[in-house]
Design a protein around this ligand. Structure first.
Ligand code: SF4
Length: 276
């Protein structure tokens, strides 16, 4: 199949994660921009519904933090999952009560030069209060991932590092020190067990060096090998293209803890508007 190859000028946590997971997936998705509509997981319909609910839930929280009254938003939590997640959120007092106390930046987009690229990230929420900046990310995973898994994710590394590099305008013009930053994953299904990741200057230096190295690698790559870890192919939309199987991986049987769940991560570009 003849495909046009695009030049990639912007990197994000998703594209970098794809590059780390499988260089071929990165090529197909970001350079060839090939959409190959194979289902990522079975049962397809149920998983699609879960993903849509996850997107909708993000929108509800965004509306809450920009000032829409909770009673008004509650009317839109109109499925079993949405209702449960919204109730869980309402009982998380430290989150709910941030409104009015912290300087809140919902759906903030930050970017900074990274080698030959620009690194870009969209944040669910950045709350700045008492000299601390807390990055919140809402997750509607059905399983609570291990902290070690989250800690190694590109999202955790990119979001904190980029806030140091590009967040000065949120801190009266002064860059945040890494020690002022913390990232919190809040799980709508596990409201009492958020994952917290503080930051240090040593971690920041390590992360930024890694990101620069990855940017260089991406810029000079001439081959994009298929991953040797065939588990990753089970839930990959390109598996027929790569001749790595036709049937989608089964969520229930997924041995690898989060391989399937991460596909439900919400991307702001995908979220439609909801009229309130
Ligand atoms: S099917 Fe496997 S080898 Fe092919 S792009 Fe997906 S993860 Fe990579």
């Amino acid at each position: 199949m003849a495909t046009q190859t695009f030049q990639l000028t912007t990197l994000s946590q998703s594209s970098l994660q794809d590059y780390m997971d499988c260089a071929q997936r990165f090529k197909l998705r970001y350079l060839d921009r090939l959409s190959y509509p194979a289902a990522e997981t079975e049962p397809t319909l149920e998983n699609e519904k879960h993903q849509q609910e996850g997107e909708y839930f993000h929108r509800l929280l965004q509306q809450y933090f920009i000032g829409i009254p909770a009673q008004q938003i509650a009317k839109f939590a109109n499925t079993v999952n949405l209702q449960k997640w919204w109730e869980n959120f309402q009982s998380a007092k430290d989150l709910v009560e941030m409104k009015g106390k912290s300087s809140l930046h919902t759906e903030a987009t930050l970017s900074a030069p990274l080698g030959k690229h620009r690194l870009l990230a969209k944040y669910d929420l950045i709350a700045v209060q008492d000299g601390k900046a807390i990055i919140y990310d809402w997750k509607t995973y059905r399983k609570r991932p291990r902290n070690e898994w989250l800690s190694a994710r590109m999202q955790t590394r990119v979001y904190r590092a980029l806030l140091v590099q590009a967040g000065a305008h949120l801190n009266n013009g002064r860059p945040f020190e890494p020690e002022q930053i913390e990232m919190i994953y809040w799980f709508a299904d596990f409201p009492d067990d958020p994952a917290r990741f503080p930051y240090t200057s040593v971690q920041f230096q390590r992360d930024w060096d890694t990101l620069l190295k990855l940017s260089e690698e991406v810029a000079s790559a001439s081959s994009y090998p298929l991953t040797e870890d065939r588990q990753k192919c089970l839930f990959c939309t390109y598996r027929s293209y790569c001749e790595r199987g036709i049937r989608a991986g089964d969520m229930e049987q997924a041995e690898s803890e989060m391989e399937a769940e991460e596909l439900f991560d919400v991307n702001f570009e995908q979220i439609g508007e909801i009229a309130f």
